[in-house]
Structure formats: C-alpha cells, structure tokens
Design a protein around this ligand. Structure first.
Ligand code: NDP
Ligand code: 8X3
Length: 258
C-alpha cells in the first residue's frame, strides 16, 4: 500500500504507553513527525529521543494532563503556532474500578469523565479549529466495545466510551463540507497498562483479564490506525470494531482451560 503519511505531523495523546505508544512507533516508522502528549514527561522524552534517532523524524513532547483545561490550552496553543497538525489521535483514557453503580466511587467516575470525555473535548476543540483553517486533517478517537455494550461494573466507563462514539459522529457532522475526516476505533481486550490502571496495580485481577486466550496487542491497534489514516483523502472510515478472535462481544470470551 502506498505510504501517504510520510512528512505529516501527528499529535497523539497518552503516547507514553500502550496503544498511544504503539501508534507513535508505527507513525514514526511511516515518516510522520510527532507531538507526544501525556502526563509522564520522562517516558515521552525517552520515546521521543528513541524515535528521532531511529526514524529520522522530528518529535516534540507536550507534557500535559488532558483533564486540566488551562494546562491543555497553555501547552497546545503555542505548539499549534509552531506545528500544523495533520493527524490527531485522541487516545488518552482510562477505566477505574469495576463495581456496580451503587457501589462505585465518585472520584473514579469524575476522573473517567474528565479524561475520556472532557479531556478529549479540550484537545479536539483547539486542534480541529486549526484543521478547519487549513481545510484538512484526520482525527482518530479511541472508543471501545464498552461504548456499544454495557457489561457488569462497566457503567461509567461504558458511558464515557459511548460519549466518544457519539462525539466522533458529531465531529463528522460538524466537519461537513471540509476535508477533515473523523474515525473511531472500538477495540475489545487489548493487553496494555489499561487493566493495571483499572485495578490500581492488583496484579491478580489484571492477569485474570487476559487469562486463557490471546488478547489484542497495542501493535494490532496501531496497524489498524495506520490503515485508517493512510486511506486516500476521499475515504473516511468512520467506525471500526476490533476484537481478539477469542472474543465475540464483551460477554462472549472463549478461554482455554489451563
Ligand atoms: P494505557 O493505560 O497503556 O494508556 C493510556 C494512556 O493515557 C497512558 O499513556 C496515560 O499516560 C494516558 N493518560 C491517562 N490519563 C491521562 C490524562 N489525564 N492526561 C493525559 N494523558 C493521560 O492503556 P491503553 O493503551 O489500553 O488505552 C488507550 C486508550 O484505548 C484509552 O482511551 C482506552 O480507554 C482505550 N481502549 C483500551 C482498551 C484495552 O483493552 N486496553 C480497549 C478499548 C479501548 P500518562 O499516565 O503518562 O498520562
Ligand atoms: C476496554 C475494553 O471491554 O475492558 O475499553 O471495557 S473493555
């Protein structure tokens, strides 16, 4: 397939681990210049230096917590004066807890809503405005199968991902008449730090999520992102659901006995 991404500039949120990091590696290998955003600046700096050296692309780090609107604006606005962003991957996100709603922790809910929904909005507002001015751009949002089917204890996380799906549709509608494209990737189980974060470091609970089958890896999602982003400009892949072969929906996950 022709590489249409060489020389483009991509901003990836949550680029220091998992799917975001894999997307950074894949896009750098395709010749994209990168802006890597996240809270753990040291991880991002390390990745940036590695990719600059290995792939001969320019990589800048934007240390920011997407839940902090002032910081997002203070960090992104000057970065957008220096860089024209062709691709935005809204990947920063998290799940916290797996309790029934009536036993949920309000602090967990607030962090999920603030990160997965409000953080995505703060970043997108600024980047999409620049894309509209340039009449070009591609936004890829990380949704989830959790945003399509609720599962026990998923409640607020599922709701935030349903919001991401609807916001992607809304962005597409709002971009009507421009050359801006918007897509959502809706993965099932991907083995990343996701479950470490959800279960706050409880190794047994984390391991149980991926036990007895082969989950997706972050690289699988990055390959899909590359495919979607690399399509010609008249093609707008709006929504893709991707699961491990062992998983058919959030409830149906075939595990081998060990
Ligand atoms: P990871 O935990 O590995 O990655 C999440 C990234 O988001 C981290 O790099 C983290 O970086 C960043 N992040 C979290 N909170 C903030 C914040 N407030 N500000 C800035 N960055 C933040 O998990 P995944 O790679 O799996 O998750 C990536 C996305 O994919 C998420 O949106 C998740 O919901 C979605 N997803 C994941 C699935 C899975 O099974 N793993 C399946 C479906 C969707 P830092 O801590 O440095 O800020
Ligand atoms: C992550 C996938 O099914 O653990 O969004 O919610 S799931």
């Amino acid at each position: 397939m022709e590489n249409r991404l060489k020389g483009k500039t991509a901003l990836i949120t949550g680029a220091g681990s998992g799917i975001g990091e894999a997307c950074a590696r894949t896009l750098a290998a395709a010749g994209c210049h990168l802006l890597l955003a996240g809270r753990r600046a040291e991880k991002l700096e390390h990745l940036a230096r590695e990719l600059e050296e290995k792939e001969a692309v320019a990589v800048a780090v934007l240390p920011m917590d997407v839940t902090d609107r002032e910081t997002v604006e203070r960090t992104l606005a000057p970065a957008l004066e220096r860089h024209a962003v062709d691709i935005l991957i809204n990947n920063a996100g998290l799940a916290l807890g797996l309790e029934p709603l009536d036993r949920g922790q309000v602090e967990h809910w607030e962090r999920m809503i603030d990160t997965n929904v409000k953080g995505l909005l703060y970043v997108t507002r600024l980047v999409m405005a620049q894309m509209r001015e340039r009449d070009t751009g591609h936004i890829l949002n990380l949704g989830s199968i959790a945003g399509e089917t609720a599962y026990p204890g998923g409640n607020v996380y599922c709701a935030t991902k349903a919001a991401v799906h609807m916001l992607s549709d809304a962005m597409n509608v709002d971009a009507m008449g421009t050359r801006i494209r918007v897509g959502t990737l809706a993965p099932g189980a991907v083995d990343t730090e996701f479950s470490d974060v959800r279960f706050e470091g409880d190794r047994a609970k984390r391991d149980a999520v991926y036990d007895g089958y082969t989950p997706l890896g972050a690289r699988d999602i990055a390959d899909l992102a590359y495919y979607v982003l690399n399509t010609p400009e008249h093609v707008n892949i709006q929504h893709v659901r991707i699961m491990p072969t062992a998983q058919r929906n959030p409830y149906l996950l075939y595990r081998e006995e060990s």
